[in-house]
Design a protein around this ligand. Structure first.
Ligand code: ATP
Length: 290
């Protein structure tokens, strides 16, 4: 095999609770990841040596700062192999949008190189390599669509989810730094939410969404990063307000600024996307559970 083309999907966080600061400086979170059909595309081509990344999006770093390059070097450290990789990356997932684009790219890359060079590394080993680079990477490597995660987001349990949801994503021109948002959360830390409550909320939320009961599900809306992100980018509040005219379930994903609304029917999502685009002057994309 000389080359390989892969899809690299985005995620939304249907729920995100912060549970204090850990000894390693990271924030302890409990979240519900949901994989969506908005995908980047990666073409991997074998080369003589090293890693080279081509991408037309000027916001994507092409050197060592790219998570794909980091994944390449970490993989080589773990399992040295002859040869390199040239990556042609086509971005559709907004950069620094809270949709896990960089982590997803790194996860697809690790799985792809494992195949391309027939390295025979297990998923568990790839997850260990990936988790040091980005907390969302194990989620994307696991190939599951709906997962409850905790720790930094790297420990996880699949939650059965057979239904399909439609999403209107509202995408901003400029992103937010995940680190800056988490710093703001630590500063303004409130009383800790009990783990039993979080687990029960996630289970209830999942159940209502599985049965596409958005009204009931919206009782469990939670993203503890949202208020900090709104402080950094007040336009998030306006977009949320606008989305809520069409669905009770509207929330920011991850550290934002991307915001999503959930719909049962595609036609409703398409209509809402057009109206929100006009009213809030924001780019909208309709996608679904993937
Ligand atoms: P998360 O939701 O995991 O916090 P995000 O979706 O908010 O992540 P990314 O799109 O992953 O954010 O980008 C975060 C930063 O990582 C960007 O500012 C960018 O400079 C850098 N980056 C590194 N590799 C990539 C990549 N392959 N694609 C996009 N951004 C990348």
């Amino acid at each position: 095999m000389h080359s390989l083309t892969l899809k690299s999907p985005a995620k939304v966080n249907l729920y995100l609770a912060c549970r204090g600061r850990r000894r390693d400086g990271f924030t302890e979170i409990v979240t519900l990841f949901h994989r969506i059909s908005l995908c980047d595309r990666l073409r991997l081509v074998k080369s003589k040596n090293g890693i080279r990344i081509h991408c037309r999006n000027p916001k994507v770093p092409l050197g060592r700062a790219n998570l794909i390059a980091k994944a390449f070097h970490k993989l080589k450290d773990h399992k040295p192999f002859e040869g390199g990789v040239t990556v042609y990356l086509k971005k559709s997932i907004p950069v620094a949008g809270g949709l896990g684009g960089g982590s997803s790219n790194a996860a697809s890359f690790l799985a792809g190189v494992n195949k391309l060079y027939n390295l025979r590394l297990s998923r568990g080993v790839l997850c260990r390599i990936g988790s040091g680079l980005g907390s969302d990477i194990p989620f994307f490597l696991n190939g599951l669509r709906h997962v409850m995660a905790w720790g930094r987001g790297e420990k996880m349990k699949a939650v059965p989810f057979r239904n399909k949801l439609y999403f209107v994503l509202c995408i901003f021109e400029t992103g937010l730094s995940t680190g800056k948002v988490y710093k703001g959360v630590i500063k303004g830390s409130k009383k800790l939410i009990a783990l039993t409550k979080v687990t029960r909320d996630v289970t209830m939320l999942s159940d209502f969404l599985e049965h596409r009961k958005s009204d009931e599900a919206s009782r469990y809306l939670r993203n503890d990063l949202q208020s900090v992100s709104i402080r950094l980018k007040p336009a998030i509040r306006q977009v949320l307000f606008c989305l809520r005219m069409f669905t009770p379930f509207a929330l920011m994903s991850g550290s934002g600024p991307s915001v999503f609304g959930i719909f049962k029917r595609k036609t409703d999502a398409v209509k809402a996307a057009a109206r929100v685009r006009k009213a809030a002057k924001v780019r909208t994309v309709v996608c679904q559970t993937y």
